[in-house]
Design a protein around this ligand. Sequence first.
Ligand code: UT7
Length: 319
Amino acid sequence: MVGKICGTGSYVPPHVMDNDDLAKIVDTSDEWIRERTGIGKRHIIEEETTSYMAGQAALRAVEQSGIDPSEIELIIAATSSSDVVFPCAACEVQKTIGAVHAAGYDMNAACTGFVLAFNTAQAYISAGIYKTVLVIGADSMSNLVDWNDRGTCILFGDGAGAVLLRAEEGTPVYMAAHSDGGKGQALTLQSRHRKDWDKESGEESYIYMDGQAVFKFAVRKVPEIIEEVLEKAEMSLEQIDYFVLHQANRRIIEAAAKRLKTDITKFPMNLEEYANTSAATVPILLDEMNREGSLKRGQKIMLAGFGAGLTWAASLFEW
Ligand code: UT7
């Protein structure tokens, strides 16, 4: 059995900060941000929380599927910015959508989280353990960045995306995942409870990133893992309809397409509108593609994520 996507949903906060707004806070410009990243704006939470966004995305996915929430057996929420340590975001989502029979837990692999959660759900389904699984990626990066650091604050936004999987007979899902803890210092966050951390240690806790190291890692590892999954599936690049990559930087996606010698039109992007929403980028993009009618049954979709850890993962499935 494989987990077929029977519903997608997403939520981004209505409050928008464009590049000109950022230029009033840090020494940057719309021109620099667009040229180096492709980002034009980001949606930022005001009253919303990570769990709230996750719940709204989940409600939309469940509504589209037509499946009764009581049939959902498992909820996995990929997030590194849950509002509280516990209860986990997945249990908050359970409450919001009324998935009374579901088990729920969170997974944290930063920006790679959604692809790993998706693969985990597929493994449960193919093992016959669960039939109906909700997978969410949700993050409030605006709570984690230093708004005085122009090297990071321009990159991120807030949002959530969800997919509902239902067991069906079908083409297997092929997947791969890797980590390199030895290079973990390239992208770190000491604590998501910034104020408490400050009191204890006197240090500030924000996202620290060696941007160039992460850039080089992504450009090398994303094409590698895509090739690895294709080899497992005994398929060629030409057979893939869409490569849905983590939306961190347009230049990373363009470089990956170039290395794979694949037309950039097969690499959809929405980071101009939302920036990098960490674990939420892939499911938000999938939801947009689904709702605008770009996805047709039988198409082959390759997901690929990368981020802190360092971690990277990919998944190939038939829509
Ligand atoms: O989910 C994974 C998360 N992370 C990523 O995907 C990040 C991957 N890395 C990147 O996207 C890029 O490295 C950045 C967009 C972060 C930076 O782009 P870059 O082309 O690597 O720039 P750089 O760090 O080499 O900086 C070039 C110059 C520097 O000035 P000098 O030293 O040449 O005078 C920076 O101080 O640009 C300066 N700079 C800025 N200027 C205007 C850095 N940030 C900004 C800014 N506005 N926001």
